[in-house]
Design a protein around this ligand. Structure first.
Ligand code: B12
Ligand code: SF4
Length: 574
């Protein structure tokens, strides 16, 4: 193996997921990855680009994907052989709490003198507890790690042993002989200008380290190579359970306002990406949060793009008709998605979103009239004040909406539980009483324990006062069955997919009851033969339960890797 300065490792959510029997259920059904959460943070690309440009070599290793794509892959042996001066591990999403720490322990077993840096949202939130673990040397807090990481790597690479230099690195938490030091969070990107979303780094790494699997962003990406470009760091909204809300960013990263990517740069990056991957681009984050002037600039620059390029937008609240008009003027193939969370305006308001149903519905109608290829709606269960009855009313709401849309198959509703966790740093996590919750797991150690519980019902870190966990499980599956039937009737999904989905949801429900029965027997669960016999089924029915993962994929007109351009770039650096 070539020796690198920094190896960025992405761990699976649960390190020993291939051995453990856990029924994750629908917790990852509405994202492209599996419950192993094999997708690495997009920040891996921005950090790699930033460091490589400044002479620090970086390798990304998606350990989670390597482990799930080959059941014989020996992760421990692989980690033991890595040649690097430093390891970086993301504990960005809290579901990775167990996996990232287990991987760090293995690293220390094989490379006791190699520094281990942690980073990401959850590392920032739990930094005090995390730094006390013996396998963690450094934590970079906040949401803008590029420059602090460069400074830290420069010290590690060039000034070994001179710890006084560490004091000057922004956002850094570190320890010196059991004494913990925390530098202030003073690096907070204001305009993302220093950050590059340049996918070429992935291709270069494939050639350099002779491994495609190490950089694949998620399982199935080679068949569905959607590329994503975030437009915003931070958020203007304050959704109660969100660890990426305004309040949460301020708490863990001292960010008081979001940073927006300059429209000109955003379009340059889309153009660059399209030179190598002729597939749709997903604009991550609600671009309309930037305001009208920002959008005008975006559309002005969009003229440089191929009108036939496919583009997807997500919204945090319904945009004005004006926005849809401009999208339709500039693009021929476009899709939209929005999360109203609940059909009930009061619950939505408690959640932190103020818009009305009439604004939501008229927007969808208008967008479809303007030629949208898809309009997806995401609902959640376990929301503040939500009851079992309210969850089931989501189905009635969607039926009426389908009727209003004359059963237009381009409309697609989805539902999933707020799982596995209410995000740390969110308003609901910090003030659960205000939102009708009891937080049952508060510390990092408690979450590490929780994520390996036998089923998603036991993994949850909260209880709602308006909905028991059993009611939540039942209502989530029943609502999913209802939405599935509606999508089948409209032709949004085929009859075959609808029937398969229904069969899977019913089986998932049975597995949950079976696990509950074994748990209530109070025998040692892990000694129980009947529990062990559920193992294969538990994983099988945790992949696409409440819907088929393929349903999330927007219809593609093109999906090609432009191999000639990729090879030219990789070989000749053009
Ligand atoms: C886009 C997004 C996604 C995309 C992922 C895109 C990607 N590959 O990164 C999708 C839709 C797939 C997604 C999925 C999920 N997400 Co999400 N997501 C977001 C969102 C909206 C924006 C994140 C973003 O674009 N960041 C900007 C990029 C450039 O930076 P970055 O990747 O965060 O990396 C920087 C820092 O975090 C840090 N960093 C990160 N890792 C490391 C590692 C090291 C070593 C260092 C030094 C630094 C570091 O430095 C980076 C560079 O500055 C946020 C909400 C928000 N307002 O931020 C939620 C958010 C991050 N997601 C969240 C969650 C819970 C999830 C899911 C677990 C949900 C689920 N149950 O399915 C999954 C996990 C998927 C997986 N890993 O497989 C929570 C996380 C809360 C928490 N503390 O756990 C957030 C905050 C809010 C939310 N509820 O959606 N998500
Ligand atoms: S869930 Fe709400 S607060 Fe969180 S990123 Fe989305 S809009 Fe912002």
């Amino acid at each position: 193996m070539i020796k690198t300065d920094l190896t960025l490792l992405h761990a699976p959510s649960v390190y020993d997921f291939r051995k453990k029997n856990i029924f994750y259920g629908p917790m990852s059904d509405l994202v492209p990855s599996s419950p192993i959460f094999e997708m690495y943070p997009i920040g891996f690309l921005t950090m790699s680009n930033y460091l490589e440009k400044r002479g620090i070599s970086v390798r990304i290793i998606n350990l989670a994907y390597l482990m799930m794509s080959d059941k014989n892959f020996d992760a421990e042996k692989f980690i033991g052989k890595i040649k690097t001066k430093t390891f970086g591990i993301d504990m960005h999403w809290l579901p990775h709490c167990q996996g990232s720490n287990e991987v760090a322990k293995i690293i220390k077993q094989y490379h006791p003198d190699t520094p281990v840096i942690f980073g990401g949202f959850s590392s920032s939130y739990f930094y005090k507890e995390l730094i006390s673990f013996p396998h963690v040397d450094f934590i970079l807090r906040g949401d803008s790690a590029e420059e602090p990481l460069y400074q830290l790597m420069s010290v590690i690479k060039n000034n070994k042993g001179d710890l006084s230099l560490l004091k000057q690195i922004p956002n850094l938490v570190w320890k010196e002989k059991n004494e913990i030091h925390e530098n202030p969070i003073s690096c907070i990107s204001e305009d993302l200008d220093e950050v590059d979303f340049d996918y070429r780094i992935m291709f270069k790494q494939v050639l350099k380290y002779r491994s495609l699997k190490s950089v694949v962003p998620f399982n199935g990406w080679m068949d569905y190579p959607v590329t994503t470009i975030p437009v915003i760091r931070g958020c203007n909204k304050n959704c109660s359970g969100c660890g990426g809300s305004k309040a949460a960013f301020e708490l863990f990263g001292k960010r008081t306002r979001p940073a927006f990517r300059q429209p000109e740069k955003l379009i340059d990056e889309i153009l660059l990406t399209q030179r190598y991957i002729d597939a749709p681009v997903f604009i991550l984050g609600d671009i309309t949060q930037g305001g009208k002037e920002y959008l005008e600039e975006f559309f002005k620059n969009s003229k440089r793009l191929n009108k036939d390029m496919q583009i997807f937008f997500e919204f945090f609240e319904p945009p004005d008709e004006w926005f849809y008009d401009r999208v339709a003027e500039n693009f021929n193939y476009f899709c939209f998605e929005i999360s109203p969370d609940s059909h009930d305006e009061n619950i939505r308001q408690k959640m932190g979103k103020q818009f009305t149903n009439s604004r939501l519905v008229s927007g969808i109608k208008y967008a479809l009239k303007k030629g949208a290829r898809r309009y997806d709606l995401y609902f959640m269960t376990g929301l503040p004040g939500q009851t079992k009855r309210s969850i089931m009313q989501t189905v009635d709401f969607c039926r009426e909406l389908y009727e209003t849309l004359e059963w237009d198959k381009r409309f697609m509703p989805f539902v999933s539980p707020m799982a596995p966790f209410i995000d740390p740093g969110s308003r609901a996590f910090e003030n659960p009483d205000e939102f009708g919750y009891v937080i049952t797991k508060k510390t990092l150690a408690e979450h590490i324990e929780a994520i390996t519980m036998p089923s998603w019902k036991y993994i949850l870190n909260y209880e709602s006062k308006s909905l028991t966990r059993d009611e939540m499980v039942e209502a989530t599956y029943n609502c999913a069955i209802g939405l599935n039937a509606l999508k089948g009737r409209a032709g949004s999904i085929s009859r075959k997919v609808m029937e398969e989905n229904e069969e899977r949801i019913i089986s998932a429900r049975k597995i949950m009851s079976e696990i509950d029965r074994i748990v209530s027997d109070k025998k040692d669960l892990y000694e129980s033969r009947s529990f062990e016999s559920l193992k294969d089924k538990a994983m099988e029915y945790s992949l696409s339960t409440v819907c088929d993962k393929k349903e999330l994929e927007f219809p593609f007109t093109k999906k090609n890797f432009k191999w000639c351009s990729i090879i030219r770039t990789v070989l000749f650096n053009r």
